[in-house]
Design a protein around this ligand. Structure first.
Ligand SMILES: [Fe+2]
Length: 310
């Protein structure tokens, strides 16, 4: 497909003066797994069809040592995606150039199949907060974040995907619905979107909104990757909040949303995230296989539908 035929710029995205390379998985959209150090050996040896891994690049901003050596070894056998947590794209300052340099160096080394970040901020006055923090979705914020995304993509020479955040409280002052805000950022910058369905489910519960309506409104054509993760219930008895804790298997309700979505839009690369109370590798691989089976079924249905139309 030529660039001018691609309304969402999935081929080569124009980013100001330069061109953004769009990283692609070389095989069918398949399921991946968040990579944890305790699983390095098993991950390197794993041979499931289409298996890929995702890491937080900030954990690999080192000049050498065993952690980077493991990542190189795993990358030699599997595709690897970089999922950043500290670019602070929604902050009212430019992305830290030193941080960007380190991310670019790692991307050059790893050649990731995808690079993603969050629609959030975590940096204030030169110090980092250990959270992905919310902000009012104003037109002013949109312009600032679009500029930050463009700076990142220009530095990396690669399109990034932006992840929908998890919400725990109502914020005053929104001028944009979240899905519209994400769409406009993609339109202005050529970035893709990372749809975290657990984030959608948790946020809908916490804010009293509809996860189904959010997913129905989400632009399927912009989804580069899907995240699935587990959540937990806040221990404070009076809040009734769900916490995006990544410390449990994917909940049944999230699986149901996922299955309905990919049945409708077709398969997308899908990651199982797990960051706490981490089980053994085989347990996570079984969860990953569940996602992969659903992706295969969605791909078969899409092929059958195309055959029927031919
Ligand atoms: Fe996520």
């Amino acid at each position: 497909m030529r660039q001018h035929q691609d309304p969402v710029r999935h081929g080569v995205a124009d980013a100001g003066e330069g061109l953004i390379r769009v990283a692609r998985m070389e095989h069918r959209p398949s399921a991946g797994l968040g990579l944890k150090p305790q699983h390095y050996e098993a991950a390197e040896a794993a041979c499931a069809d289409g298996l890929w891994f995702e890491v937080h690049p900030e954990n690999y901003f080192v000049a050498g040592g065993p952690r980077l050596a493991w990542l190189d070894a795993i990358r030699s056998r599997h595709a690897v995606a970089l999922h950043g947590v500290a670019l602070s794209l929604a902050a009212d300052v430019d992305p830290d150039p030193a941080h960007l340099d380190r991310l670019a160096a790692l991307a050059e080394r790893i050649e990731p199949c995808m690079i993603s970040e969050h629609l959030a901020w975590s940096q204030w006055g030169g110090s980092y907060r250990p959270d992905l923090l919310p902000f009012p979705r104003t037109t002013q914020a949109l312009s600032r974040i679009a500029a930050n995304i463009s700076r990142v993509q220009e530095r990396l020479h690669q399109r990034i995907a932006l992840e929908n955040p998890t919400h725990y409280l109502h914020i005053e002052g929104h001028e944009w619905a979240e899905v519209d805000f994400l769409c406009e950022l993609a339109h202005r910058t050529g970035c893709g979107l990372l749809l975290d369905i657990n984030n959608v489910f948790v946020s809908a519960h916490n804010l009293g909104t509809s996860a189904e309506e959010y997913l129905d409104a989400f632009p399927a054509v912009l989804i580069d990757e899907i995240h699935l993760a587990g959540h937990s219930v806040d221990l404070a008895p009076d809040t009734q909040l769900l916490i995006d804790s990544h410390d449990a298997p994917v909940a049944g309700a999230v699986w149901a949303l996922y299955e309905g979505l990919i049945a409708r839009i077709g398969p997308r690369p899908t990651l199982i995230e797990r960051d706490d109370r981490i089980p053994d590798f085989d347990t996570l691989m079984a969860e990953r296989a569940q996602a992969d089976a659903l992706l295969n079924a969605a791909a078969r249905r899409a092929t059958q539908a195309q055959t029927a139309l031919a």
